[in-house]
Design a binder for this molecule. Structure first.
Ligand SMILES: C[S@@+](CC[C@H](N)C(=O)[O-])C[C@H]1O[C@@H](n2cnc3c(N)ncnc32)[C@H](O)[C@@H]1O
Length: 240
């Protein structure tokens, strides 16, 4: 099943997004330093325009293109500063579409969902994800552009028991199903090391915070919200 179908019909902005507000705060903080007036941003898997909402709240006049395949894209935000262009398609479909270029790509909590759409093992899914990302970067990222990537994962060294407990807690709150327990491996989530190895560079910025979904204390969660910024000098020459 395409993993985006699980977001179809969801009032994402008022439910799921509120649970992952720690992630959005971390991303907002980084965007406030990275984005300038006049920038063009492509939000890959932006749901109901989450990237556009965050940048609008920061009051930065930009154009934000949202590439989003689920029906959450029909929830169009009211914006004052951002020119918003929603495009209902998956990353794979976008590879064959004419999309305006941008000087920033944003991806927040969508990387592992996009990879899951490839429908194989986590390692194979990620390999294909990076192939698609590289192609998209070569086609659509301007010179000296940047990638702002927000992604969840588990605390390093978390035990299987802790991960299983966290998964059950996440599902009970979000009603959100990753691959069933028997197919799950910890590799489903991305790490900053994987992004660095794929792009062959260190991030310019990397911040991490415990991600609480309800009223847990930060020490009670093994979930982590991460945000990394990678600057790509010559996107057209990026090789995988
Ligand atoms: C957890 S939500 C994150 C939404 C938003 N970026 C945010 O910050 O809250 C994951 C998003 O990835 C989208 N997605 C899943 N598969 C995708 C694909 N193949 N291409 C683009 N987006 C995809 C889903 O539809 C969903 O909106």
């Amino acid at each position: 099943m395409d993993s985006f179908k699980k977001f179809d019909g969801m009032d994402y902005a008022n439910t799921f997004a509120r649970r992952i507000s720690v992630m959005h705060e971390l991303v907002r903080d980084v965007l406030s330093r990275q984005i300038r007036k006049g920038d063009e941003v492509i939000d890959i898997g932006g749901g109901p325009g989450m990237g556009a909402r965050i940048i609008d709240e920061l009051g930065i006049e930009t154009t934000v293109i949202n590439i989003e395949p689920s029906t959450t894209i029909n929830d169009v935000p009211q914006l004052s500063f951002v020119k918003y262009i929603p495009i209902k398609m998956s990353l794979k479909e976008a590879l064959n579409a004419r999309i305006p270029s941008a000087n920033c790509f944003l991806m927040v909590s969508s990387e592992h969902e996009i990879a899951l759409c490839n429908g194989r093992t986590p390692v194979e899914n990620k390999k294909e994800f990076f192939q698609d990302m590289f192609e998209f970067i070569r086609k659509n990222l301007k010179k000296n552009g940047c990638l702002v990537i927000g992604f969840p994962n588990y605390r390093k060294g978390a035990s299987e028991i802790e991960i299983s407990r966290q998964r059950k807690f996440t599902e009970s709150l979000m009603g959100h199903s990753h691959p069933p327990e028997e197919f799950f491996t910890v590799e489903e989530f991305f790490t900053v090391e994987e992004f660095s190895a794929a792009f062959g560079i260190h991030p310019d910025v990397f911040n991490q915070k415990p991600m609480t979904l309800a009223d847990e204390k930060p020490e009670e969660t093994i979930l982590r919200a991460n945000v990394a910024v990678f600057k790509i000098k010559n996107p057209g020459e990026l090789k995988n």
